[in-house]
Design a protein around this ligand. Sequence first.
Ligand SMILES: [Zn+2]
Ligand SMILES: [Zn+2]
Length: 268
Amino acid sequence: MDLNSYAELAVRLVNTAGGGGEDGDRLVNLDGLRALVADREHLNMGVTRNDLDALRALRAEFRAFFVACAGGDGEDAAAQLNALLIQHPVHPQLSGHDGQPWHVHYRESGSVADKYAAGATMGLAVRLTDLGIERFGVCQAPGCLGVFIDVSSSNTRRYCSDRCMNRANVSAFRARKRGEDEADTKAPGATVLPGAPVAGQDPALDERAWHGAEASAVHRASLRVVRVEPPAPLHAARRALDDEQVGPAGVTGQHDLAGADAAGAPDQ
Ligand SMILES: [Zn+2]
Ligand SMILES: [Zn+2]
């Protein structure tokens, strides 16, 4: 289980709620659910109505977690994630596949929804401890229910997608234009615009955030989000458990999914 890519599963699930308008809810039927897990081998082996219901409920819980993060409430965010970690456990397993030294894999079990929930929750916990809650945000585009994990160096990401960024820029431009037109009629020649310009965002910055290289995969033994100071002992533990250190080189963020030993399969 590559936990960074699993955190993206959480984002992907929340973002099926859509950005308003014609960009509506994409998780209303089994086809929507199949599309959600289509590229994940260990999840796309047959979905049910129960999976759909469970994941729609989980979507709301994940969004509440991102809202707590975006509000700067670390205690609330950690409490929500800890509750999810208890509800949706992963199972550490020793593995020595492909002649590698013994190392730990995290495995999910149960239904598609169970596996999705366990992987995504664990992924969020690891991402949270690596990046801090200020990197977890909610989309600022009007009407959008999307979220994101900001991996940009500037930590200035505001939108869940390029689509939302473009939409917001267009409406900000129109608002500015309206302001200008009003200024022209009321006070011709005025140089100060009455419409407050929306803070601009360099599209290149967001592009980097969206497509930026993910940090290398990290596995941790701890299943609870807690404040630790100093962090040294945790880092030592994670070093020893990190199977990516000895794993074959692969596509970043796809190790276990693309490799011969897909997480959660086939011994479930
Ligand atoms: Zn959005
Ligand atoms: Zn392995």
